[in-house]
Design a protein around this ligand. Structure first.
Ligand code: AMP
Length: 428
């Protein structure tokens, strides 16, 4: 084993992983453009106080997970554990409150949390963040959730669920927190140690504890939606209506609270079909008090973050391939002139389907075409002879494994993608 390895919880993004990263970032950029979000890149580290005040003292992030350090010059800095506080800092620092509102910003980049590494959980991970600052209308909440939904749908992910809840505002939340404390008071002995410690300071967090006993208890706990003030109840009800109109399916989850203190009203999460192994794929919510908390004027905001590694994990789990960058994937090998005429429209169609494709030129034999494809390291060859023309098919051969099958010409593009995601995997 080499002397040096990547630090625990971090990984190299190898050339073979890059097509997935490119797929995610290009999908994010094109969505951002369509929804009117502009890119911002904030520093990798910020004043520690920004996260302590913004994210909240009693959160797991601030209590346990920050990479904080003192510089030689005596500054207390922290590697950014999340983006929202930095976006709000930038919004204030650059006077963005003077721009037409709302201000819509996005970023993609690395974040750092000293968490216990596991499947889909890392110490350096990457997030896509969309934040919409300066507008309290629930139509904005609906748009952000729809954007998240469209991001995953565009990438091809299936069977995801959106969980939604409202955790109220500073007017109505105190009564809810009291109700939670009262509910848990006689059960305190049954709670895990962490929840016992949290009960006074942050009773909301008891609802999303992963301990099975705590989960069983929280299923009967009071529900935040029953304590919403009139304005919060109206916001939540209109959000539900708007999501329905936008065709975003969702489920109200009374235990959804999210781990960051700054959320008000709307909180949501998107979860994959096998959520237990990897946790949420993305989530977000409204943070109407955050900008005030870090020293600015009262300004509403809502945002969404998704872990890039988790998106890629789910793409791989669902057999969705990202095409390798700059690599020819398909060689169409017609045998004879009639086959070539049959093949040319297929060449056009495969390229339109986004598959880098070439065709055998000149009057090469099949053997010579296969040899050429192999020497150019093209993984798939579509062979077209008389038989194939007769049935309107091609013989698709995987040069990596030698397997081949007949498929209808209409399915050539999807078949290549499917084989690419199969056991041979995308090639570096
Ligand atoms: P959060 O900022 O905690 O709301 O997380 C938003 C999203 O970032 C999650 O749904 C995950 O996809 C991703 N994420 C958060 N923490 C980690 C981590 N430690 N490792 C990998 N992805 C993470």
């Amino acid at each position: 084993m080499p002397t040096f390895q990547t630090p625990r919880g971090t990984s190299d993004i190898l050339p073979s992983d890059q097509p997935y990263w490119k797929l995610v970032s290009s999908t994010v950029e094109s969505l951002a453009q369509r929804y009117g979000y502009r890119r911002i890149d904030t520093p990798i580290f910020e004043d520690t106080g920004l996260f302590v005040r913004g994210v909240g003292q009693s959160t797991d992030i601030v209590e346990k997970e920050m990479y904080s350090f003192m510089t030689k010059g005596g500054d207390a800095l922290t590697l950014r554990p999340e983006a929202t506080a930095s976006f709000c800092r930038a919004y204030l620092q650059h006077g963005m409150q003077n721009l037409p509102q709302p201000v819509k910003l996005f970023t993609v980049g690395p974040f750092f949390r000293h968490d216990r590494p596991g499947a889909g959980r890392y110490r350096q991970f990457h997030q896509v963040n969309f934040e919409c600052i300066g507008e309290a209308d629930p139509a904005v909440d609906a748009e952000v959730i729809q954007l998240a939904w469209e991001l995953y749908a565009t990438l091809g992910l299936r069977d995801l669920s959106v969980l939604l809840n409202s955790i109220g505002c500073p007017n109505c939340r105190p009564a809810y927190l009291d109700a939670l404390r009262q509910y848990y008071a006689p059960l305190v002995e049954e709670l895990c140690r962490e929840c016992q410690a949290r009960l006074e300071r942050n009773p909301l967090r008891l609802l999303d504890c992963k301990n099975p006993t705590c989960q069983a208890l929280s299923s009967k706990a009071p529900r935040s939606v029953d304590f919403l003030c009139e304005a919060c109840a109206d916001h939540f009800s209109r959000l539900g209506t708007y999501l329905g109109l936008l065709g975003v399916p969702f489920e109200v989850s009374h235990r959804l609270v999210r781990g960051l203190d700054y959320y008000t009203r709307t909180v949501f999460e998107v979860i994959p079909p096998d959520a237990t192994s990897q946790g949420t794929i993305g989530g977000g919510g409204r943070y109407d008090g955050l900008i005030e908390q870090i020293g600015g004027p009262a300004t509403p905001g809502i945002g969404f973050a998704s872990g890039v590694e988790r998106v890629i994990l789910n793409l791989r789990n669902q057999g969705i391939a990202a095409l390798p960058i700059g690599k020819t994937l398909l060689y169409i090998a017609p045998i004879g002139e009639t086959a070539r005429e049959f093949a040319l429209p297929l060449l056009k169609r495969a390229r339109q389907d986004g598959i880098p494709t070439v065709i055998g030129l000149g009057s090469r034999s099949l053997k010579s075409q296969l040899k050429q494809a192999s020497s150019q390291q093209v993984p798939f060859v579509a062979i077209i002879g008389e038989e194939e023309i007769g049935t309107n098919e091609v013989t698709l051969r995987d040069l990596r494994t030698g397997e081949q099958k007949k498929i209808s010409v209409q399915l050539l593009g999807p078949a290549v993608r499917e084989m690419l995601a199969g056991p041979g995997g995308p090639q570096p």
